[in-house]
Design a binder for this molecule. Structure first.
Ligand SMILES: NC(=O)c1ccc[n+]([C@@H]2O[C@H](COP(=O)([O-])OP(=O)(O)OC[C@H]3O[C@@H](n4cnc5c(N)ncnc54)[C@H](O)[C@@H]3O)[C@@H](O)[C@H]2O)c1
Length: 367
C-alpha cells in the first residue's frame, strides 16, 4: 500500500493527484488539473500504451501505469480522478478511499444504486471527498438560467422537460458502453443523467417520488446508429432510446427524453424547458455549441414578453476540477458535504426508470 500524505496537515504544496483513464473523459480531467497551480498531476494510468506516453510527456507526468491497482499501490498522491468504464468506478473509488485518498469520479457514479451506495459508505467511513463530475450543470447557459430561477423570475416551477437526443451517436458500438454489465445502461445513464442532473438542479433539487419510463433498442442490436466497431464479440444489451416521466414532490413533474440513435433532425440536441407559475424558459443547444439559445417567457409587463439571454461558454471540467480542489484544500470541515450522495440520488432515479421500463409499471423512487 502507498503512503498517503495527510491533506489535513499539508502545507502550501500543490495537491498531488493521479488520473486513472485516458479516454475522452480522462483527458478532460488531465487538461483541467494540469492547468492549475495548486495541483501537480504526478501519476497517470491507462491501457493505451502509446497514448499514455504521449499524454504523460505532454503534461509532465512522471509516473505511468497500465493498471489502476499499480497506480494506487505505488503513487504518493492525495487524490485521484476515476475516468474509466463505469463498472470500474466503484472498485477503484472504494480502494482509493480506503487508502485515504480523495476521489473525483466521472458520471454516472456507478452502474447501479447499490454500487453507488457502497461508494458513498466508503467516503463517509474514510472521511474523504467523493465528488462526481456533473460538468454540464457548469455550462455558462445553464448557470445563467439557474440565476433566472434563483431570482424567482419564473415563480414555482411545476413542470420541466429535459432532453439529449442524438441522431446517430451510439458510442463505440460493441464496447463497454453498449453492455449493461459494464455501463449500467444506454443513453439514459450515459447522457440522460446529465440532463436529469441539471434539470433537478435548476428546479431546486425537488425529491423524485416515482418514475414511469420506457426504453427501446431499435438501432444498436441491428449494428446501426453509430460507427460500426468491427468487434467480433459485439454485444448490445442496453437501450438506444429512453423516456421517463418523473413525479416530483409538491405536485411537480419532469420529463426526460434521451437517445443515442433515432430518426430526427441531424444535429444532436440538448435542451431544457421550464414551466413556472410566473414565467417559463427554454434552453436549446444544437450541435454541441458551447452556448445554446436561451429564452425567458413572461407576460407580467403587459403583452406577452420573450427575452433572449446570451451566456458566456462554461468551463466544464475545469469548473468541476476547481470545486473539487477547493473542497479538498478547504479541509475536513468541508468534506462531509461532498460524499457522493447527490450522485447516489441520481443513481436511484435511473434504477427506478430501468425497473419501470422493464416491468411496464410506475416505480417508487427510494429517498
Ligand atoms: N462527463 C462527461 O461529459 C463524460 C463524457 C464521456 C465519458 N464520461 C464518463 O467517463 C468514463 C470513461 O469514459 P470514456 O469515454 O473516457 O471511456 P473510454 O473507453 O474512451 O476510456 C476509458 C479509459 O479507461 C481505461 N481503463 C480501462 N480499464 C482500465 C484498467 N483496468 N486500469 C487502468 N485503466 C483502465 C482505458 O485504458 C481508457 O483509457 C465513463 O464513466 C463515462 O461515463 C463522462
Amino acid at each position: 500500500m502507498n503512503e498517503t500524505r495527510s491533506v489535513e496537515t499539508r502545507s502550501e504544496a500543490p495537491l498531488r493527484m493521479g488520473v486513472i483513464g485516458i479516454g475522452w473523459a480522462g483527458q478532460q480531467h488531465l487538461e483541467a488539473l494540469s492547468a492549475r497551480a495548486d495541483v501537480e498531476v504526478v501519476a497517470l494510468a491507462g491501457m493505451e500504451a502509446e497514448l499514455l506516453g504521449q499524454l504523460a510527456d505532454k503534461h509532465g507526468v512522471a509516473s505511468r501505469y497500465e493498471r489502476w491497482e499499480d497506480l494506487l499501490d505505488s503513487a504518493q498522491i492525495d487524490a485521484v480522478v476515476v475516468a474509466v468504464p463505469t463498472a470500474l468506478h466503484a472498485p477503484i473509488a472504494i480502494a482509493a478511499l480506503e487508502r485515504g485518498l480523495h476521489v473525483l469520479c466521472e458520471k454516472p457514479i456507478a452502474e447501479s444504486a447499490e454500487r453507488a451506495e457502497a461508494m458513498v459508505a466508503a467516503a463517509r467511513k474514510a472521511g474523504r471527498v467523493l465528488e462526481i463530475a456533473f460538468n454540464h450543470r457548469r455550462r455558462g447557459d445553464i448557470e445563467m438560467l439557474k440565476g433566472v430561477v434563483d431570482r424567482g423570475e419564473l415563480g414555482r416551477i411545476y413542470y420541466a422537460k429535459a432532453w439529449w437526443l442524438r441522431r446517430s451517436g451510439i458510442p463505440q458500438p460493441g464496447s463497454w458502453f453498449t453492455r449493461k454489465e459494464s455501463a449500467g445502461g444506454g443513453p439514459l445513464v450515459d447522457i440522460g443523467i446529465h440532463v436529469l442532473d441539471f434539470a433537478l438542479h435548476l428546479m431546486g433539487e425537488p425529491a423524485v417520488t416515482a418514475a414511469n419510463a420506457t426504453t427501446f433498442a431499435e438501432f444498436g442490436p441491428r449494428g446501426r446508429g453509430g460507427e460500426p466497431s468491427g468487434a467480433t464479440d459485439f454485444v448490445f444489451d442496453v437501450e438506444d432510446f429512453a423516456t421517463a416521466l418523473l413525479r416530483l414532490e409538491k405536485d411537480a413533474a419532469l420529463t426526460i427524453e434521451t437517445s443515442w440513435a433515432g430518426y430526427r433532425a441531424k444535429a444532436d440536441e440538448i435542451g431544457v424547458t421550464l414551466y413556472g407559475t410566473e414565467g417559463g424558459a427554454e434552453l436549446v443547444i444544437t450541435g454541441y455549441k458551447p452556448v445554446g439559445r436561451l429564452r425567458v417567457f413572461k407576460d407580467d409587463v403587459g403583452p406577452e414578453k420573450e427575452t433572449e439571454l446570451t451566456a458566456e461558454p462554461g468551463r466544464g471540467h475545469a469548473a468541476v476540477a476547481e470545486t473539487f480542489v477547493a473542497t479538498v484544500l478547504a479541509g475536513p470541515d468541508a468534506w462531509p458535504a461532498y460524499d457522493g450522495s447527490l450522485a447516489l440520488s441520481r443513481a436511484r432515479i435511473i434504477d427506478a426508470c430501468y425497473e419501470s421500463a422493464r416491468t411496464a409499471q410506475q416505480v417508487e423512487v427510494s429517498a
